[in-house]
Design a protein around this ligand. Structure first.
Ligand SMILES: [Zn+2]
Length: 308
């Protein structure tokens, strides 16, 4: 087998698509729902085409950072008015998402030509800390503002997908404030970005990260970044920036459908608020249900300990 990172002939070792160290933070999520293969199983999602040297030594620093970053801020759930300020290392965030996307794409046998020698070198070199200009990362806080508890859709704290659907306009056309009636926008197009080679959405419990990989030669990257920043309720991570306050990026619908990226001005944000006020300002039964579920999760974690 040829190693997917260094290219040398070697025996393949098992590489987690999402670091084992991150999966370890959420032992209660012990089931893998694999839509691509139409399967549900207990084993971790893996690929097996990385040599032992790359897997254990050369690229493992990325996993260490990923664990540090996720465990520091996103193991807990947040409320919509919480102010969450993160400190981050932009290069390492880029590398972490690139690595996961690359792993996932290989496991699906997709065209991985974006991951050329330059990108692979970038991933393998711990000392290369110059972020790539043709990579964009956005980050938002995933808060369940819906009346529906998380557990209703399964224990899906960790999710990722290729090519999330980025809306070009609000899903809601009009709200009649006299009756509360909501009129949907029937035909919303997907926002197209010139020179986009691939994109991914990742949900790690209470954070959502979007990865955009642009053509190296593209002259539209700056413009694409401006559109992304103006149009979506995420913080666009920047070279040289070390801290950021994360906006809430979810409404009551796409909290559960994480691959639907709604625009900042989507009427759903308002509909969610209206619904909540109409329920007396809080979702009492959801809160009760969530409290019970926390206890249940503790039991599940004990029954399915993760260990090496
Ligand atoms: Zn290798």
């Amino acid at each position: 087998m040829k190693c997917a990172y260094c290219g040398k002939e070697a025996r393949g070792t098992r590489e987690h698509i999402i670091s084992s160290a991150i999966l370890d933070l959420f032992p209660e999520c012990y089931i893998t729902f694999d839509d691509a293969r139409n399967a549900i199983h207990e084993a971790d999602p893996m690929v097996k085409d990385v040599c032992a040297e790359c897997n254990n030594n050369r690229i493992s620093y990325i996993d260490s950072y990923a664990k540090e970053f996720i465990s520091k801020y996103f193991v807990k759930k947040y409320k919509e008015d919480d102010v969450v300020e993160i400190e981050y290392d932009y290069t390492l965030i880029q590398k972490m998402l690139l690595k996961y996307a690359y792993n996932d794409m290989r496991s699906r046998k997709e065209d991985c030509s974006f991951f050329d020698e330059e990108i692979l070198e970038y991933l393998m070199d711990i000392n290369n800390n110059v972020p790539k200009d043709n990579i964009t990362v956005m980050c938002g806080l995933a808060v369940n503002v819906s009346p529906v508890p998380d557990s209703m859709f399964g224990n899906m704290k960790l999710r990722w997908c290729k090519s999330p659907f980025l809306y070009s306009n609000s899903t809601i056309r009009h709200i009649d404030y006299n009756t509360g009636e909501v009129f949907l926008n029937e035909d919303i197009k997907k926002e197209e970005f010139p020179d986009l080679r691939l994109s991914y959405a990742f949900r790690f419990n209470s954070v959502q990260l979007l990865l955009f990989c642009w053509d190296k030669e593209s002259t539209s990257i700056e413009q694409n970044n401006i559109v992304l920043e103006c149009q979506y309720p995420y913080h666009l991570l920047k070279k040289g920036e070390k801290q950021a306050i994360l906006p809430v990026c979810t409404d009551e619908l796409n909290y559960h459908r994480f691959d639907h990226i709604h625009v900042k001005w989507d009427g759903l944000f308002e509909v969610g608020l209206m619904r909540k006020y109409a329920s007396g300002g809080k979702y009492e039964y959801k809160e009760l249900c969530e409290k019970e579920w926390l206890e249940e999760e503790k039991k599940i974690s004990k029954e399915h300990p993760r260990g090496k």
